[in-house]
Design a protein around this ligand. Structure first.
Ligand code: GTP
Ligand code: MG
Length: 198
């Protein structure tokens, strides 16, 4: 069980071609508002490191964060969310191009963590994203967010439903709460090991 990860903001990028080479790289993907940026803050135990908002669409660029010692070139990349409908079709397309361009064009990318809202469960768009990631050769690591929003009496049933909808086993989904800190130490361990900083 791991203590907070050392994480610092590097820069925001709009285009995969602008990214410098990294040693290890893990991207955080998921629907808008699912809790991607909040999760990065929880991993570091630093509110405000990554910009969060109640309103979907808080993250608008590929935001790079370095993990471990300065100059480690081991990155977490906070991605904009997909599926935010209150945006023009043209802008949705531009965002999708940026995210897909990154996910398919980034040679240094090692792993993708796909966040699923634990309260809502996987939506058709989440399933479509999962299928697309597998198709492009990026087998996602699943994390269910907002565990604090589920009543204790419902939690076993909800966990069962979520793994069934994803077609995985229970051990393949990590449950977290950025609000209560549930599951965060374990996820720090998992991500820290993936990035080679633990
Ligand atoms: N209750 C609860 N709320 C959470 C949790 N994680 C995030 N939230 C809330 O969900 C909202 C969205 O969080 P963000 O971290 O900004 O979500 P995001 O996935 O980065 O969103 P985009 O950048 O728009 O794609 C905020 O109001 C957070 O406070 C959680 O574990 N529990
Ligand atoms: Mg965000």
């Amino acid at each position: 069980v791991a203590s907070p990860l050392t994480i610092r903001f590097v820069a925001s990028f709009g285009d995969v071609d602008d990214l410098p080479a990294t040693v290890a790289e893990l991207a955080i993907a998921g629907r808008s508002n699912v809790g991607k940026s909040s999760l990065i803050n929880s991993l570091a135990n630093r509110k405000g490191l990554a910009k969060t908002s109640k309103t979907p669409g808080a993250t608008r660029m590929l935001n790079a964060f370095e993990v471990g010692t300065e100059g480690s070139h081991r990155w977490l990349v906070d991605l904009p969310g997909y599926g935010y409908a209150r945006r023009s079709k043209a802008e949705q397309r531009r965002w999708a191009d940026m995210i897909e361009g990154y996910l398919t064009g980034r040679d240094d990318l090692d792993h993708v963590v796909l966040l699923i809202d634990g309260e809502i469960g996987p939506t058709p768009l989440d399933i479509q994203t999962r299928d697309w990631l597998v198709h492009v050769g990026l087998e996602p690591i699943f994390v269910a967010t907002k565990a604090d929003k589920i009543r204790h009496s419902k939690s076993q049933k909800r966990r069962r439903e979520l793994v069934e909808a994803l077609g995985v086993t229970r051990s393949e989904v990590s449950w977290v709460s950025a609000v209560k800190g549930t599951g965060i130490p374990e996820l720090r361990g998992l991500i820290g090991r993936q990035l080679g900083v633990l």
